[in-house]
Design a protein around this ligand. Structure first.
Ligand SMILES: Nc1nc2c(ncn2[C@@H]2O[C@H](COP(=O)(O)OP(=O)(O)O)[C@@H](O)[C@H]2O)c(=O)[nH]1
Ligand SMILES: [Mg+2]
Length: 468
């Protein structure tokens, strides 16, 4: 995603409404086709200047010859979205040309000559947001959707783009606003006949508002995994077959496998699809391998920190050998550390193609060599991560961004403070509670961003690529 990304300087509303932007929306390099987008008040005029022979009807594709001053450029498909029906909320033209970098460059240069300027990273989506086509949470989901590489990651990003999280936040926000309005009415118009709000009832209401907000904030564990992938650490004694299992799970020979102990020293990370759940598999150096040099010590240190940073440990055991006291001690340490850190562990007996000689409990047995038992292992791993973090049902929103998580936690903390104010100031809680309710609302509003400050918008959209 880094390729083609540029940091956007701060944009102002004035700039946005008056100028026209253009960029290549497809990845850099050659391909069958490429798309060049132009958005802004002059989009149609800029596009017709490179397509002199056509009218550009609304929302109907036309095939035409694109030209610049030097002559004919390419046969393109042009599609014009008028402002009222465009994804950016302003006139937008998409030109699909052949995917030659040379044609793309000349087409873009011709559009710049016709008055468009180069778009900054995320500027098309930013305009969609500023023009009310998407709220901020939806706009942020565009990046996640493009990045999503597994079934569940894709489903979560699409749900957010379609407004799943925004609707959920609105459902939580509405009763906060209702309670605030009620309190303010009591405070501002004590003489009027407004339904009284006893302190105890208000405290109960506040707790009832806070709990579902906390619940949504807690979905961040799942959301983070769905967006960034679960970190799954392969750990175990040397020669247990960790590197072989990594390769078998990836379906390619990524890590060196050898009968010689201590082959793996560095940690190796690779993305992997675990039954629909995105994961990053991390292969590590063997536990308890007698250190022969500084690199062995460093390998052991890296294995420990990979384990500490993981969401799930796969404890790989050579099932074809009886376990000695050293094996047991190393395994017990992994189990104890993981229990202390709340990390699930799946104990795997590897080398199931050989007679079983190891004793003790194992969740599954596999043969990395033959590739047996891998689907069951993937299913178990996904279930383990899912159970722990609660994989959402289709259409159910989860919080995937730290920004949203923090906003929800702040909103919940404000409601908790409002509850305390009711408890601690029996004679004068209304004002205090109203203030905390207002702050809770402001925190919830940060998620969908109706009044997001320019710096925040720049920060968010600068992470997008040009053309998005
Ligand atoms: N028979 C058998 N041998 C295996 C299996 N998995 C790994 N091995 C062998 O065990 C040795 C150590 O494997 P490796 O993946 O390097 O182990 P690591 O040290 O835990 O990474 C190599 O000779 C592998 O070929 C398996 O499922 N069955
Ligand atoms: Mg290895």
């Amino acid at each position: 995603m880094a390729q083609g990304c540029v940091a956007s300087p701060k944009l102002t509303g004035a700039q946005l409404s008056s100028d026209t932007i253009a960029a290549i929306a497809t990845p850099p390099g050659s391909g069958a086709l490429a798309v060049v987008r132009v958005s802004g008040p002059q989009a149609r005029r800029a596009a017709t200047s490179v397509l002199p022979s056509v009218e550009l009807p609304e929302r109907r594709a036309v095939v035409a010859t694109a030209r610049d001053r030097e002559g004919a450029l390419d046969q393109v498909v042009a599609l014009f979205f008028p402002q009222a029906q465009s994804p950016t909320g302003e006139d937008l033209v998409e030109l699909t040309c052949h995917g030659s970098p040379y044609i793309q460059k000349r087409l873009l240069a011709a559009l710049f000559k016709a008055g468009a300027r180069p778009a900054r990273g995320g500027e098309f989506t930013q305009r969609a947001f500023l023009n009310g086509r998407l709220d901020l949470a939806q706009a942020e989901a565009v990046c996640d959707l493009i990045r999503a590489g597994t079934r569940l990651a894709h489903r979560a990003a699409l749900t957010q783009l379609q407004g799943g999280l925004s609707r959920q936040v609105e459902r939580l926000r509405r009763p906060v606003l209702d309670l605030l309005v009620h309190l303010e009415a009591l405070l501002d118009h004590p003489e009027e006949d407004i339904k009284p709000l006893p302190a105890e009832a208000c405290r109960t209401d506040l707790a009832g508002l806070r709990e579902p907000i906390e619940h949504l904030a807690d979905t961040f564990r799942t959301g983070r995994i769905l967006r960034d992938g679960a970190r799954v650490c392969l750990i175990g004694r040397t020669n247990a077959g960790k590197s072989s299992l990594l390769n078998a799970l990836l379906g390619c020979s990524r890590a060196i496998v050898s009968a010689e102990p201590g082959t793996t020293r560095d940690t190796i990370e690779e993305p992997c699809d675990l039954a629909g759940l995105p994961a990053v598999l991390v292969d590590t150096a063997g536990l308890g391998h007698a250190s022969r040099c500084g690199a062995d010590d460093e390998g052991a240190r890296r294995a420990q920190s990979a384990l500490a940073a993981s969401d799930l440990a796969l404890l790989v055991v050579d099932g074809s050998r009886p376990l000695g006291p050293d094996d047991k001690a190393a395994h017990d340490r992994v189990l104890a550390d993981s229990a202390a850190e709340g990390r699930p562990v799946i104990t795997i007996f590897n080398k199931a193609d050989l007679p079983l000689r190891a004793a003790g409990p194992a969740a599954c047995s596999v043969s990395a060599l033959r590739g047996t038992g891998l689907d069951e292992l993937k299913r178990l791993a996904a279930q383990c991560l899912g159970q722990d973090s609660g994989i959402p049902a289709a259409g159910e929103a989860v919080v995937a961004s730290l920004r949203h998580h923090q906003a929800l936690r702040r909103a919940a903390a404000q409601l908790r403070q409002a509850e305390r104010a009711v408890e601690r100031h029996p004679g004068a809680w209304e004002e205090l509670a109203a203030r905390h309710l207002r702050d809770a609302l402001a925190a919830l509003d940060e998620i969908t961003g109706p009044a997001a400050p320019d710096e925040l918008l720049s920060d968010i959209f600068s992470r997008f690529c040009v053309g998005k």
